[in-house]
Design a protein around this ligand. Structure first.
Ligand code: ADP
Ligand code: MG
Length: 695
């Protein structure tokens, strides 16, 4: 992928295009070959391209790598005009633009990594009708006059890529995307195609609402992967590195991507693995140049293993990844599916292994509590806002809130339109309609954690579970035959043993009870049979073992309580279970759950998060008191004005104070500070370091 420096002046001047002719939707194949060099469509592409070419609004949900881009690129050409593409990541945009230019098409882009001159030239080319594709970042629309400039010469098609970013239910919500609707209105009735790889039915509905695509034709396809063997393994965190190391030792399991829950963990694991295999690490705290380098070496086969956080992946197109290992429970089923989907793009057998335990869930819950302040505190803050803008410092004093917490709260209010925040960060009151969407968002985040936990507890086919989760329209609904439920013999991590005498007795009791009374819920079965005699966890292991041995099976059931839909599982005997002899029961393989390998160190930080150089929360007064801090505040204000965002979107007060106190001299030193990520360094690193020198 191409790296752009913030002052990039590079202009890949599009070649002037001859006037084009409109191609009818039924006749797209010649165009496919002529411009893209493809003889045939991939599954579903043709139907989607036809719908888009004919001018219908379309919502397209297909997994990464399925070939969604073609579904706007080809129709755009067929409609003979410019396609406006809204895309959230500079790197993705650059990548797409250079691919299209290499095909001899006229593509250009406008984003914050390009200077004013280059952007202006691009606008001129657009207005001149010289472009087949114009890529823009969503935040560009908040620049005054930008949408009216676009409206002077309407595109023939609008593509919203990574459209899940528009939905607050999506796993990567961007407030900038939320504003799109009001700006795209000016360009309508130009058809819109919204594309994403990750949208549950709820997110699909929200995308449709947000973009006003009520009549859009929906294409939801291709979620089943028939070459990925999924294995879910319960395991304490301390036992996981060793397990991963063993897995990777088998060359058949490499190249591999290992997903770690935090940057620090990623770093540690990469060190461990690099003693044995060519390994490097990738996360958002690493400079973009180094990240590109890691990605490049992985793609070209120089690296065997990349240990990464969720930051790794968008746009990765490496065909022969044999294994994806998750070292902890991911944040949602959507994120998890995206990540395992990077295995086996070449169609060859591959594995996805998830190591998890209940403790992982608690870590996620801890972060939710931190990131979503109590609604009463937000309400208090909201009521402290006035018609007249007031400074954050005075708000902070009035409310006696830590600057960090106040920042989080104001950001939430701002996202929901309840706080107006100018570039100087003076806040005033907006409409009082934030509480419902805020609570809904919080509930959604909680339900994502609930869903991924439920996924790990489910004893059915794991691939089928995922396919259903996304509401795939044409899936046959058959078990995959590969996962640890469908084919327990081919598991590579899960260990089993024959049941002990006590376990055999418990297994017999379960089967005996089911023969008497089939179909109870697991909870009921447990309390009826064991109560305090057996830990619930151990009971679940036994029940799971009976499921894997196909002596019992689970079925989804639900009931309504106080208007809520409550899902649970009922346990039924299979014909084999009904007839199982003592001998059969003695031979049921029982899953062994490894125990913790080392004692918890009392000093371990919660959630294992890496702790960057921290600064104790500064008072707002202190913040404005040193020359460096003042210089930073002024610079931040200029930047905020330029980008038309509140100052905290550039950096929070706490980060600013951390910089002012430690006065970093290099980009690496800057990166080590609280709240500083690679994006900040890439965008503003030079400015900040210069400020440090000159103040
Ligand atoms: P997505 O956006 O769905 O993740 P892309 O649009 O980036 O996927 O496409 C993934 C890859 O598939 C690209 O390298 C693209 O060139 C290729 N591709 C797309 N359509 C076809 C096709 N009809 N025939 C062959 N290759 C295709
Ligand atoms: Mg894509």
């Amino acid at each position: 992928m191409t790296t752009v420096t913030p002052d990039s002046t590079d202009t890949r001047r599009p070649s002037p295009r001859p006037p084009q002719q409109v191609t009818p939707p039924e006749n797209l194949r010649p165009l496919l070959l002529q411009h893209f060099g493809f003889e045939t469509f991939r599954p579903y592409q043709e139907a989607v391209c036809q719908a888009v070419t004919s001018g219908q609004d379309v919502l397209l949900v297909m997994p990464t790598g399925a070939g969604k881009s073609l579904c706007y690129q080809l129709p755009g050409l067929a409609r003979a005009g410019t396609t406006l593409v809204i895309s959230p990541l500079i790197a993705l945009m650059e990548d797409q633009v250079s691919k299209l230019c290499n095909l001899g098409l006229a593509a250009d882009r406008i984003h914050s990594g390009r200077n004013r001159l280059a952007s202006r030239a691009t606008c001129v080319a657009y207005l001149d009708g010289q472009l087949d594709y114009l890529f823009v970042a969503p935040e560009r629309f908040s620049v005054p006059g930008f949408s009216s400039m676009l409206a002077k010469r309407r595109p023939v098609l609008i593509a919203v890529d990574e459209a899940h970013c528009i939905s607050q239910w999506g796993h990567d919500f961007r407030p900038d995307y939320r504003m799109l609707r009001e700006h795209l209105v000016y360009l309508r009735p130009v058809p819109i195609v919204a594309l994403t790889a990750t949208a549950t039915p709820t997110v699909q509905d929200d995308i449709a609402t947000q973009l006003e695509l009520a009549d859009a034709k929906r294409f939801i396809h291709g979620f089943r992967r028939d070459n990925i063997a999924i294995e879910l393994v319960e395991m304490p965190p301390s036992a996981r590195p060793e397990t991963a190391l063993k897995l990777l030792a088998d060359t058949a399991n490499r190249p591999a991507i290992v997903y770690a829950p935090t940057r620090k963990k990623a770093q540690e694991l990469a060190e461990l693995f690099s003693t044995r295999f060519a390994t490097d690490v990738y996360h958002a705290g690493i400079r973009s140049q180094k990240r590109d380098d890691v990605q490049g070496r992985f793609l070209s086969g120089q690296l065997d293993v990349v240990v990464a956080t969720i930051a790794f992946g968008m746009g990765i197109d490496k065909a022969n990844v044999r294994t994806v290992i998750h070292m902890a429970l991911p944040g949602s089923v959507e994120a998890y599916y995206q990540e395992i989907g990077r295995a086996g793009r070449d169609g060859q057998p591959s594995r996805a292994i998830l190591l998890h335990s209940w403790a992982d869930r608690r870590t996620h819950e801890f972060f939710v509590t931190r990131d979503y302040p109590d609604v009463a505190v937000i309400r208090r803050t909201y009521h402290a806002l006035e018609e007249q803008p007031q400074t954050k410092a005075s708000l902070g004093q009035k409310l006696q809130l830590e600057p960090d917490v106040l920042d989080t709260i104001l950001e939430k209010l701002w996202i929901h339109g309840a706080a107006r925040i100018d570039p100087q960060e003076n806040a005033s009151r907006g409409p009082d309609a934030w509480e419902k969407p805020y609570l809904a968002q919080l509930a959604h985040r909680r339900s994502q954690i609930e869903q991924i936990s439920r996924y790990t507890q489910d004893r059915g086919c794991h691939m089928l579970y995922l396919v259903r989760h996304f509401g795939d329209q044409e899936d046959p609904g058959t078990p995959c035959g590969l996962c640890d439920t469908c084919d327990s013999d081919s598991c590579v991590v899960t260990q089993t043993s024959l049941p002990s005498v006590t376990q055999t007795r418990h297994l017999s009791r379960i089967l005996f009870e089911l023969r008497r009374h089939d179909g109870p819920s697991a909870g009921r079965l447990y309390t009826q049979l064991f109560g305090d005699d057996l830990a619930r966890k151990d009971f679940e292991v036994l029940l799971g073992s009976l499921c894997r041995a196909r002596l019992v099976q689970e079925q989804d059931a639900s009931f309504e309580k106080e208007g809520r839909h409550i899902a649970y599982k009922r346990i039924f005997l299979t014909p084999d279970g009904r007839d199982a002899s003592d001998d059969t029961i003695k031979n049921v393989p029982v899953v062994i759950i490894p125990t913790s390998q080392k004692k918890r160190s009392p000093k371990r930080s919660r959630g294992g998060r890496s702790k960057p150089v921290a600064v104790s929360a500064p008072s707002c007064k202190q913040l404005l008191d040193t020359p460096v801090a003042r210089a930073l505040v002024n610079w931040r204000l200029t930047e905020a004005r330029r980008r038309q965002v509140p100052a905290f979107r550039i950096m929070t007060n706490r980060t600013l104070t951390a910089i002012a106190i430690s006065r970093p001299r290099s980009e690496d030193a800057l990166l080590a500070l609280y709240g500083v990520g690679a994006t900040l360094v890439d965008r503003h690193g030079k400015d900040i370091l210069q400020l440090m020198q000159s103040t």
